[in-house]
Design a protein around this ligand. Structure first.
Ligand code: ADP
Length: 332
């Protein structure tokens, strides 16, 4: 039976969100559902700001970064009044199903809304951090790894030319997926991630050992440390200071920042977005609600929303082991 479906993008934007909206438009067309798009995340719900997404809205969408529906963070939505207003608006617009593309914060928001609105809610994981449990990857994660990797490749060129130490800060304050994979793919010498950062004293001792080991063997060399944001006390200035205390003062900090969120999505993100967008719409009108659709071992899965932010999602063991081996080279 045809339904009225609404879709929005919320929280940190991620490359591939548009590819996912496109997939939802195509799937709704096939199933004869009407699809509307709320603009500016949960702000759009509160302000009843939406557009109709017709089949001709898909043109040139798959390759665009960002989100055509725009995204936002919305404090008002966390309040009872904010969510009640959003629920009233959904009832006024006669919406049967709300699809939320976002990260764990947006999913908490969706659960909060379900207290005031009894329509169907389906989440699709879209965040560069990959910190959502229940799915192997999130939309945007693969593109962000590529962006960080190619930026670090460029840093490597200048680091080599001047035989300098560079500290490169990448996003991912709660999960080290991006930092670990960016470090592995760019052959960085060391990575600092929340999952295996022990303490300033412990990590600085290891870093100094590695730098001195390399210097004893090859003379002055470049050395690249990838740092996940908000892990080292006081960030890159704190790490620069800690290195200085050990006699290493020719250090250059680079913060990659928001460039990691931008750009045209790579094929893996487009494929994930296309699969999950289509799968989410295939569940419209079924009993499944307050769930996220994800992919595990290349198969679509349905996960209760509450489980998506519970328990830390582990880094891939084999990759951690490889990185640990690279970070603990023996020089004697
Ligand atoms: P992400 O989805 O990228 O993790 P945020 O954590 O910024 O992004 O969350 C996006 C939005 O979701 C917030 O601005 C807020 O509107 C809503 N939200 C997050 N947490 C809650 C919560 N506990 N209750 C209600 N709404 C929430």
């Amino acid at each position: 039976m045809s339904k009225r479906v609404a879709i929005l993008t919320s929280g940190g934007d991620a490359p591939g969100m548009n590819a996912c909206i496109r997939a939802a438009i195509i799937a709704c067309q096939r199933a004869k559902h009407t699809l509307i798009g709320y603009r500016h995340g949960y702000h759009g719900l509160i302000n009843q700001e939406f557009i109709t997404l017709s089949p001709d809205s898909t043109h040139n969408l798959i390759q665009q970064g960002g989100t055509v529906l725009r995204s936002a963070r919305c404090e008002e939505f966390k309040t009872v009044e904010g969510s009640q207003r959003a629920a009233d608006n959904l009832r006024d617009a006669d919406i049967d199903t709300l699809v939320v593309i976002g990260g764990d914060g947006s999913f908490k928001g969706a659960c909060h809304l379900s207290r005031y609105w009894d329509g169907q809610i389906i989440g699709i994981p879209g965040t560069i951090d990959n910190d959502v449990s229940g799915t192997d990857a999130t939309i945007g994660y693969y593109t962000a790894i590529d962006t960080a990797m190619s930026s670090i490749d460029k840093v490597r060129d200048t680091a080599d030319a001047f035989e300098r130490i560079f500290l490169v800060e990448v996003m991912g304050r709660h999960a080290g997926f991006l930092a670990l994979n960016a470090a592995l793919t760019s052959a960085a010498n060391y990575v600092i991630v929340p999952e295996f950062f022990k303490s300033e004293e412990h990590d600085i001792a290891l870093i100094i050992k590695q730098i001195n080991g390399q210097r004893a063997l090859k003379g002055t060399v470049s050395f690249i440390i990838v740092v996940a944001e908000n892990v080292w006390p006081n960030g890159l200035p704190g790490l620069t200071e800690a290195l200085k205390k050990h006699g290493i003062d020719d250090v250059r900090p680079v913060t990659l920042g928001h460039v990691q969120r931008g750009g045209s999505p790579v094929s893996q993100d487009r494929l994930l977005a296309t699969t999950l967008g289509g799968f989410a719409i295939s569940l419209v009108g079924t009993k499944h609600t307050n769930i996220m659709v994800g992919e595990v071992n290349q198969r679509p899965v349905i996960v209760p929303l509450e489980q998506t932010w519970q328990g830390a999602k582990p880094l891939t063991d084999a990759r951690v082991e490889t990185m640990e081996t690279l970070m603990n080279k023996r020089y004697s």
